[in-house]
Design a protein around this ligand. Structure first.
Ligand SMILES: C[S@@+](CC[C@H](N)C(=O)[O-])C[C@H]1O[C@@H](n2cnc3c(N)ncnc32)[C@H](O)[C@@H]1O
Length: 220
């Protein structure tokens, strides 16, 4: 009888364990975003960024590299265009997201329409460097997430890091004392997208608030 009970318990635990593990690993931005979206390694930095956007009353948000898969990409790409586009909509702000790929722009525009964010969110087709050079508004939040990184190809790593540095340099004179900068895909072999740009920023008057998969920086 006791044996039967123990076996039953083990079987039940075996069934429940993966579900419990999944629940623990699930990282949502609820209540801001519906619970079903899992932001995984970006939850901590997205959450803090949303708090700072609120506190600092941000009005102009700029993202390089758009959410080509909309909210289907929350676990992989991040889904930032929809997250920050939604925040912009609810806070009378504006998000500009720029991408060099026609397919990515089309994918993001479809998601923006589906979420009814078209009044707050514009997805631009073009090179982020051209876009930032010609952008003539003050930037309250800058999110760098364009040139795709490689975990293995050192040439691509260097090009991606250099590209993100150039993006920051072109945006630098549009940033102010209360601006927020977030850089994606940092905790990766070779230092990630942020390696060179963060080194540059730390030599200036920026400091790291969160150093995780993404790096979040503000002025000292
Ligand atoms: C990782 S995805 C961006 C993910 C998005 N930020 C999100 O949170 O879902 C990277 C995007 O950067 C774009 N990209 C690559 N090089 C670029 C460049 N020079 N200028 C603008 N976008 C670029 C790619 O086309 C791709 O769509």
């Amino acid at each position: 009888m006791n044996y039967l009970f123990i076996i039953l318990l083990i079987v039940l635990l075996g069934i429940a364990f993966p579900k419990i593990l999944k629940l623990i690993k699930h990282k949502s931005l609820y209540p801001f975003m519906p619970y079903k979206y899992n932001f995984r390694r970006r939850r901590i930095t997205f959450s803090k960024t949303l708090q700072l956007l609120n506190e600092r009353n941000a009005k102009i948000l700029v993202e390089t590299g758009t959410s080509r898969n909309g909210l289907k990409g929350t676990k992989t790409d991040g889904g930032a265009t929809i997250v920050f586009g939604k925040w912009a909509k609810e806070n009378n702000a504006k998000l500009h997201s720029v991408d060099i790929s026609k397919d990515s722009v089309q994918g993001a525009q479809k998601a923006v329409q589906e979420e009814n964010l078209q009044d707050s969110t514009t997805v631009h087709l073009g090179d982020s460097l051209d876009f930032l050079k010609n952008f003539n508004e003050s930037i309250d939040f800058l999110y760098l997430d364009s040139y795709d990184y490689s975990k293995t190809d050192i040439e691509i790593q260097k090009k991606s890091q250099e590209h993100h540095l150039q993006e920051f340099i072109l945006a630098e004179d549009k940033l102010h004392d209360k601006s927020i900068v977030l850089i994606d895909d940092c905790r990766l072999p070779g230092g990630g997208k942020g390696k060179t740009v963060v080194e540059y920023m730390l030599k200036k008057d920026w400091e790291i608030l969160i150093n995780a998969y993404q790096i979040l920086l503000v002025k000292k």
